[in-house]
Design a protein around this ligand. Structure first.
Ligand code: MN
Length: 202
């Protein structure tokens, strides 16, 4: 079955002023849509069509580069839309406790995550993941790679990701990636991140 572009749970303008509507529209309807189309083209008529996106990512080294780039692009963006919201929320007690014990608290976590996002050279993502020991880890990946992939330096189940490709912020922030990263903290859907955390530590 072919992969499909997911619908957003909110309007394109829901994250303003932190992420502008025009950026959201182009990012979702053009960039993400292209990853889905190119992924479907890359796997058409192959056994990969029978696999889930997670299964594809976990063995990504066995797939052609078009599947890595576009499968990663589809996974990463689908998750990204879900962890954003215009409605304020807070981490669950369990997630807050893990941020405290595994990462030294919310301030230190923010500092580490912002550094990962800021220092990722060129295009890529910053991540908060749950590793094999069920601990929270912060990392970044190049291009459309993600921590699920067998090629990732830091592996885990992603529960929060930030797109730092220029297409994610250039219209509104131009070269000011740190301002975009700072604004991101205002639009995190902690309810969804907490749900994924609970799922990942089961
Ligand atoms: Mn993107």
């Amino acid at each position: 079955m072919a992969f499909e572009l997911p619908k957003l749970a909110y309007e394109y303008n829901a994250l303003e002023p932190h992420v502008d509507a025009r950026t959201m529209e182009i990012h979702h309807s053009k960039h993400h849509n292209a990853y889905v189309t190119n992924l479907n083209n890359a796997i058409a008529g192959t056994d990969t069509e029978k696999l889930s996106l997670e299964e594809i990512c976990k063995n990504i080294s066995k797939h052609p580069v078009a599947v890595r780039n576009n499968g990663g692009g589809h996974y990463n963006h689908s998750m990204f839309w879900n962890i954003l919201s215009g409605t304020p929320s807070s981490p669950s007690a369990e997630l807050a406790a893990a941020i405290e014990s595994d990462l030294g608290g919310m301030d230190k976590f923010k500092e580490e995550f912002n550094k990962a996002a800021t220092t990722r050279f060129g295009s890529g993502w910053a991540w908060l993941s749950v590793n094999a020991d069920k601990k929270l880890v912060v990392s970044s990946t190049p291009n459309q790679d993600n921590p699920l992939m067998d090629v990732a330096d830091v592996k885990g189940t992603p529960i929060l990701g930030l797109d730092v490709w220029e297409h994610a912020y250039y219209l509104h922030y131009q070269n000011r990636r740190p301002d975009y990263i700072g604004a991101f903290w205002n639009v995190i859907n902690w309810t969804e991140v907490s749900r994924m955390y609970a799922e990942a530590v089961k």
